[in-house]
Design a protein around this ligand. Structure first.
Ligand SMILES: [Zn+2]
Length: 590
């Protein structure tokens, strides 16, 4: 007997009040009393967000009569058992005013939602197919609205949507349903083809993007990635959902789409010359989320198969999914010819600098950072730079170090590219979750090298990676440049005309003198400190100079005796010093 689908209906009921009305109808509810729940988190963003807190009202009915609904925990409801075997409908109003790639947002100009924010999970029927009727808001002002999503229109069904139209869409199960964010409104739409797969870019918000330039660049990157893992691509269609704002940056990966938030100035305008840094960063973000189509959406850690949407899903492997993806995002730009070698060296040097400037790299391993993402990396505070290592940035460096180790150890016969393709075949294409040592096992199997020590040090240890030594055979030199001013050992933030200590680095001059994050600097050597003036002041001083620093902590003025440290050599620079290096050519194509 075919399983009857769960029917959803969503409509922007009150755009001005930012409220969706969402209903869910179950043909054969649990006779003991059907449970419904909203996810506690959205896959790809490892923080408990408790989406159910945005449910403003909820009710249940069957055969036109109200059914009692009890809330049994922060995100679960239970309907009273029904006497007859009747369909049960639960309808809720959901407040949507989170303009991020992780939530839902609705006003008179557009609607955006992730399924995790709006679609109730029918407990016990997660594997049933889903049908979603997506309705437009009521009123003439919304008559031009259309839809961008990678959800499949339910053509063949009565009321089935046409591509970009309102009506019925379908998903094979709940996990798929919540993996296709939806944008509604009057976005700009452009399409392109990559290896025979239709791709769309939908941009919401005011912008002057040169869509031709953008799609031409994206096409190169997408085709490179599809060919990297091997045709055919795993999706039938792919959608870039872009929201352009004044200032913003973020992305979230999905199986056949990505939701991106960017500054409108990051997008290329017509007549743009070359590749400005801001546009390069945006292309890097697109490339990153696109690579996730394989690495994390399909090649997954065992802890995500399936996702447990009620609670934290612990894994020590986020470094592999975010770090390897971060390594390949820029590499794909370079190898597809969108950026030059000098761009790539600059981007990679920046990553090395970022990792090196964070003392947390000496305290926390990548495996620990991955495991604790939920409470540490995703919840940064003033002490994070001292205590936490980024599994993105250091993960990217470990990916590069592994790639170089494999290439050198196998005389260029085996690389991380080969490892990724085997992971794709063994885990991505089979849906099997990856165990903690699987990357190492595959890398060892392909190269014949013993990589136990490499992984122990790079993933489970905290020592700095020997990047200089690893890069040398590839004709790339790593040098450290010295900062221009002696060090106070702090990161400051400007608040109006005040200088606040954002972070006080471990064992630095400020910490030794007793200064703390949150302190507001008032004066150095009796002279008032300002955000503009502080570096100018420090630049005239020398390492070892004693300073008297006045600062407010709470409302108390305190005095600190600080001794300046030498300017740190903590800015990495990468130079390709051999014009012609066969190893580098095989690696970077240059
Ligand atoms: Zn990512």
């Amino acid at each position: 007997m075919p399983v009857s689908p769960v029917h959803y209906r969503i409509r922007p009921a009150n755009p001005a009040a930012h409220r969706f009305e969402v209903s869910c109808t179950v043909a054969a509810p649990d006779p003991g009393g059907q449970h419904f729940a909203l996810p506690a988190w959205i896959p790809g963003s490892y923080l408990i967000r408790e989406f159910a807190r945005h449910v403003v009202a909820i009710r249940a009915e069957a055969a036109g009569k109200a059914v009692r609904l009890d809330k049994i925990d922060k995100h679960t409801w239970q309907a009273a058992p029904l006497k007859a075997n009747q369909p049960l409908t639960v309808t809720c109003e959901v407040y949507a005013w989170d303009l991020s790639v992780r939530g839902a947002h609705l006003d008179q100009t557009h609607a955006f939602f992730n399924g995790t924010s709006v679609f109730l999970r029918v407990i016990g029927q997660e594997s049933s197919p889903c049908l979603v009727d997506i309705r437009p808001p009521e009123g003439k002002m919304f008559k031009d609205w259309r839809i961008a999503t990678a959800l499949e229109p339910a053509s063949g069904n009565k009321g089935g949507a046409k591509l970009h139209g309102f009506g019925l869409y379908r998903a094979a199960n709940y996990e798929e349903l919540i993996d296709h964010p939806v944008e509604m409104g009057t976005f700009t739409l452009a399409t392109f083809d990559a290896c025979g797969i239709p791709h769309e870019v939908a941009i919401t918000g005011h912008h002057d993007c040169d869509m031709e330039r953008l799609t031409a660049d994206l096409k190169r990157v997408c085709e490179w990635q599809i060919r990297f893992f091997g045709e055919p691509a795993p999706m039938r269609r792919y959608v870039f959902l872009v929201t352009a704002v004044g200032e913003g940056y973020g992305g979230l990966e999905h199986r056949a789409s990505t939701a991106l938030l960017c500054s409108r100035n990051d997008l290329p305008h017509s007549g743009i010359k070359g590749l400005p840094e801001s546009y390069r960063t945006f292309l890097g973000l697109c490339s990153h989320e696109y690579f996730h189509t394989w690495n994390v959406k399909r090649i997954k850690p065992a802890a995500f198969v399936p996702y447990d949407l009620d609670r934290e899903n612990y894994t020590t492997q986020l470094w592999a999914f975010e770090g390897i993806t971060s390594y390949y995002d820029d590499l794909a730009l370079l190898r597809s010819g969108v950026i030059e070698l000098k761009d790539w060296l600059e981007l990679t040097a920046k990553t090395i600098t970022n990792v090196h400037r964070s003392p947390g790299r000496l305290r926390q391993s990548l495996a620990e950072s991955s495991f604790d993402a939920w409470s540490k990396f995703y919840r940064p505070d003033e002490n994070s730079p001292n205590a936490v290592v980024s599994y993105y940035a250091k993960g990217a460096l470990v990916a590069m170090a592994l790639d170089l180790t494999l290439r050198q150890g196998s005389r260029n016969k085996v690389s991380l590219d080969d490892v990724m393709r085997v992971l794709w075949a063994r885990f991505g294409q089979t849906g099997m979750g990856m165990g903690d040592d699987d990357i190492r096992h595959v890398a060892e199997e392909l190269s014949g090298l013993n990589l136990k020590r490499f992984f122990a040090e790079a993933v489970h240890g905290t020592r700095d990676l020997p990047l200089k030594k690893l890069l040398e055979p590839f004709g790339i030199g790593l040098e450290w440049e010295k900062a221009k001013i002696p060090s106070l050992g702090v990161k400051t933030s400007a608040e109006g005309n005040e200088v606040k200590l954002a972070t006080v680095y471990d064992d630095g001059p400020a910490q030794r003198a007793g200064l703390s994050a949150g302190d507001v600097l008032v004066a150095i050597d009796g002279l008032r400190v300002s955000p503009k003036g502080i570096d100018i002041h420090l630049a005239r001083l020398h390492p070892g100079d004693p300073l008297v620093v006045h600062a407010f902590r709470r409302d108390e003025l305190m005095e600190f005796a600080v001794r300046l440290a030498p300017a740190p050599a903590d800015t990495a620079k990468l130079v390709a010093w051999q014009a012609d290096n066969a190893m580098r050519k095989a690696w970077l194509g240059r």
